[in-house]
Design a protein around this ligand. Sequence first.
Ligand code: NAG
Length: 248
Amino acid sequence: SVFSAVTIGTDMLELDCHITKDEQVVVSHDANLKRSTGVNVNVSDLKYCELPPYLCKLDVPFQRACKCEGTDTRIPLLKEVFEAFPETPINIDIKVNNNVLIQKVRLCLRRSERVTLTVCAEMRYSNSDIPILFSLQRVLLILGLFFTGLLPFVPIREQFFEIPMPSIILKLKEPHIISKGHKFLIWLSDTLLMRKALFDHLTARGIQVYIWVLNEEHEYKRAFDLGATGVMTDYPTKLKEFLNNMSA
Ligand SMILES: *[C@@H]1O[C@H](CO)[C@@H](O)[C@H](O)[C@H]1NC(C)=O
């Protein structure tokens, strides 16, 4: 759950937000609660107090089965997460185009006085106080500049470089379903993107490099060997153990 992800020292929290019928902003990956609670309802159709509790077994997209960590099964409000973790950078993703939700998140950010620690898809370029993420176009531009040797001469205003590890896509499907052409593209993007020299250059310029969504030890190892600042994972405890072993 969200809360256990931080108590064990994860560097940055990645949250998805949705709005309830009574306009409360809650932290939930999906708009529909079937997967997380077993009840087929949409967050937007219920008042906050009517939301069902989480199931203790969650299915997460990048790994088949997942045991939830921690015991609080209530779906948290965004402001509670802010209050509970005042120092942790939080990356908020608003996937639905809902103006009320965006306004409410803005308000929440302002109230908690943590604008400088929070990033949010729709606000990326609209408020200079909010650290910004690289959009896909910018990632491609940065890659082009990197491979032409021009990157050191170009100013960068983003503060977080968040990219997937393309090879994890191969885990999501049965190997024989993926065509040769598709496999080649995945291999090519993985080879282009997973560059130690690129990560070293960005981190030397103060830009944090995060790689998602890694759930296996060999993936953690690869990311940190490449010089990533951090990784996003569905298994914070597993990641913590890996980090402890690495520093031991
Ligand atoms: C949830 O919302 C989606 C999209 O608006 C809709 O298609 C679906 O029927 C809704 N589900 C329920 C259980 O109301």
